[in-house]
Design a protein around this ligand. Structure first.
Ligand code: SIN
Length: 423
């Protein structure tokens, strides 16, 4: 069996015959929104193993504040959401993918509600809708004010736990995808993993779904958790998959900028709720830059902040929320964060600076979440589906993870049937 592996293409040398061997139908690498949604779908067709590099509660998804964009208001429409997505994407989005994702949003949110996700609701039981940059309507559903990711992750974790044929391996690091033959077209048949207790293991799968997130930690200034280290992108590349649009890295305009403190996201929903950006002289500067001012697409706002900082000197601009009387109720987690630094948003300006936030490029996939390597599918931030073009529209990422996670889970199983590898 050793001869099957060209050791030069793997990250570390290994003796496959000496390692424990585990078998499953679908292997999902990543336990965030895309990974768990994929696992739930794949579990309808067979056994599933989900690998999570850390604990499930600490995924990048769990850190998301703002929300999930979706057309939920009768006054809003799919055309408008699609148009906003394409505009933010600077004309480089794939129109069919955009339509698919925005149209599936409401159904997937209803499904989450039916699984127990506690969205913030109005008195009539309809989801409260926030506004974020680049959106021409209020269409961001949220939970716990600014704790949407935490609640989404909780809901998916609990749903996954009810599924007897899904096993979740936490703190299990995927080192490499297995391709037991050389050359172009070699299929992926699982992954080599490392677990602090069990050491190296080989997990063989009839299909593998990569949902391992992004690359934020490659940057000094980032909103991402420490686990966002690009290893899924690197693994896919070593296995022969095509990566595309890797130059498109999105910078979030507003992270807390305090000397000595790690960067913490201040959700775009704060500006959607009426927060202003001020220069050192206390003047709003975004009105001169874009008709949507503070709610212009992210790349526009981040670029304007960097230019403003260069013009005025110093290291940050200011976010002004002093006029937002309900700040603490709407953004309880940010309020608590600011308090730790003795900042009170009702009286203090908040120092902010852009930081690396989201890898727009990634492993190229088609509309069925297939990569160009047989047996390998990808969903979520690690993938490049064509939805985001050159710049992702705010809160479209959790939505994309839900839509393409589900597609990937089903497509992975269907491809096994089509290839006769299913039985
Ligand atoms: C935010 O809450 O500002 C981030 C939302 C996103 O990245 O889509």
């Amino acid at each position: 069996m050793e001869k099957l592996f060209d050791q030069r293409r793997y990250l570390i040398p290994f003796r496959s015959t000496l390692l424990p061997q585990i078998f499953t139908d679908t292997l999902v690498i990543g336990g965030g929104v895309a990974g768990l949604r994929a696992a739930i779908a794949a579990s309808e067709h067979g056994e599933v193993i989900v690998l999570s590099k850390g604990e499930l509660k600490n995924t990048n998804t769990a850190w998301a504040q703002g929300g999930i964009s979706s057309v939920m208001d009768p006054g809003d429409g799919f055309l408008s959401h699609a148009e906003d997505t394409r505009t933010a994407g600077a004309g480089l989005c794939e129109a069919a993918v955009v339509d698919l994702v925005v149209e599936r949003g409401p159904g997937l949110l209803e499904e989450l509600i039916s699984w127990g996700m506690r969205l913030d609701m109005d008195a009539a039981g309809r989801p409260l809708l926030g506004r974020e940059g680049g959106h021409s309507a209020s269409r961001i559903v949220h939970a716990g004010g600014d704790a949407t990711g935490k609640e989404l992750q909780r809901c998916l974790n609990e749903k996954t736990r009810t599924l007897a044929n899904v096993r979740v391996f936490e703190k299990c690091f995927a080192l490499d995808l297995i391709t037991p033959s050389n050359g172009p077209g070699a299929p992926v048949v699982g992954a080599i993993t490392h677990h602090p207790k069990f050491g190296l293991q080989m997990i063989w799968a009839k299909s593998t779904i990569l949902a391992s997130g992004g690359a934020g930690v490659l940057y000094r200034e980032t909103t991402n958790p420490p686990l966002a280290t690009a290893d899924g992108l690197a693994m896919a590349y070593r296995a022969g998959a095509t990566l595309c649009d890797m130059a498109f890295v999105q910078f979030h305009p507003t992270t807390l900028y305090l000397a000595g403190a790690s960067r913490a996201l201040i959700t775009e929903a704060v500006r959607g709720h009426g927060g202003f950006l001020l220069d050192d002289a206390g003047r709003r500067f975004m009105q001169q830059v874009h008709p949507l001012a503070e709610l212009a697409p992210r790349d526009v706002v981040s670029g304007a902040i960097v230019r403003q900082i260069a013009k005025q000197g110093g290291q940050h601009v200011w976010l002004d929320c002093r006029h937002l009387a309900d700040f603490g109720a709407r953004f309880p987690e940010i309020q608590a964060l600011l308090k730790r630094f003795d900042l009170n948003p009702e009286v203090d300006l908040i120092p902010v600076h852009p930081a690396a936030h989201y890898m727009v490029g990634g492993v190229r996939t088609d509309g069925s979440a297939r990569t160009d390597v047989p047996g390998l599918f990808a969903a979520g931030e690690v993938s490049a589906t064509g939805l985001h073009g050159a710049n992702r529209l705010a809160s479209n990422s959790l939505l994309e993870g839900l839509v393409f996670g589900k597609i990937a889970g089903h497509a992975a199983a269907e491809s096994r049937t089509a290839n006769g590898r299913n039985g």
